[in-house]
Design a protein. Structure first.
Lengths: 146, 106
């Protein structure tokens, strides 16, 4: 009953392929009976991980993004991997969100990692010959969980 | 992708420009969005409004562009607001803290 199931997808590291990753995520998460809200959360989080790879990993050269969806009984784990140059992914603990800031202080960048962490139950970033971002979402037994 | 294709439609009303966004506002369409908005940002004697009723998806790329518009309009002492924000998109606005800067977000 605890058999993990894997779906793997490799796409070019280009903006127009990130929606393919979202489509696949939608299919996998729907099979697992995640709620609409959880699926929307994961769509954004996985796109943020892909966006980082598209924008920073290959410096304009051709490259690929490998996405692996690993589903178990109670959670979905999504691994987004590139083989490009490791890019700095905001190591600081400073919250880049706009809460409590004035219009002159707010900036338009840097929200990607913040959103991943806010939307998923767990986010792990590993950099070694590229970047691996692992995003995990637990499946709630009840939708009533606030 | 059916129904999710990003489209922009601009409607001129008296003293106001309303831009209707639909589909998925992501990295792929960032340039298209910036190109459309740039001249509208300069029309400082008109209200500028984004209608998000038919927007299906946004991520930090789209939110970042909205923040750029907020700042550009503020620098020009011109108004900018967002209306008809779908619930799941408002959640992202609230989460990132951008909501108070989008005057009419509801």
């Amino acid at each position: 009953m605890t058999t993990d199931r894997n779906v793997k997808l490799t796409v070019p590291a280009l903006p127009e392929y990130v929606d393919l990753v979202r489509l696949t995520l939608y299919g996998v998460a729907t099979k697992m009976k995640f709620t609409f809200e959880d699926i929307e959360d994961m769509k954004v989080a996985v796109s943020e991980a892909c966006n980082n790879a598209v924008l920073h990993a290959y410096g304009g050269d051709q490259g690929e993004i490998e996405v692996q969806f690993n589903s178990s009984v109670d959670e979905l784990s999504i691994t987004v991997r590139d083989y490009g140059r490791a890019f700095r992914i905001a190591e600081s603990n400073e919250t880049p969100s706009l809460h409590g800031k004035s219009i002159d202080e707010i900036q338009s960048g840097g929200l990607g990692l913040y959103l991943m962490q806010a939307l998923m139950d767990n986010v792990v970033v590993h950099q070694d010959g590229g970047t691996v971002v692992t995003l995990t979402k637990k499946r709630m037994k009840s939708e009533e969980t606030a | 992708m059916p129904n999710n294709k990003f489209t922009l439609r601009t409607e001129n009303r008296e003293g106001q420009t309303v831009v209707f966004l639909s589909g998925e506002f992501d990295l792929e369409v960032a340039t298209q969005m910036r190109t459309t908005m740039e001249p509208l940002i300069e029309l400082t004697d008109r209200r500028l409004t984004l209608n998000l009723h038919d927007l299906k998806y946004i991520d930090s790329t789209g939110i970042g562009i909205l923040i750029s518009i907020v700042k550009a309009r503020h620098a020009r002492s011109a108004s900018f607001d967002v209306e008809h924000v779908p619930t799941h998109i408002l959640k992202l606005f609230d989460m990132t803290g951008v909501t108070p800067f989008l005057a009419k977000a509801e």
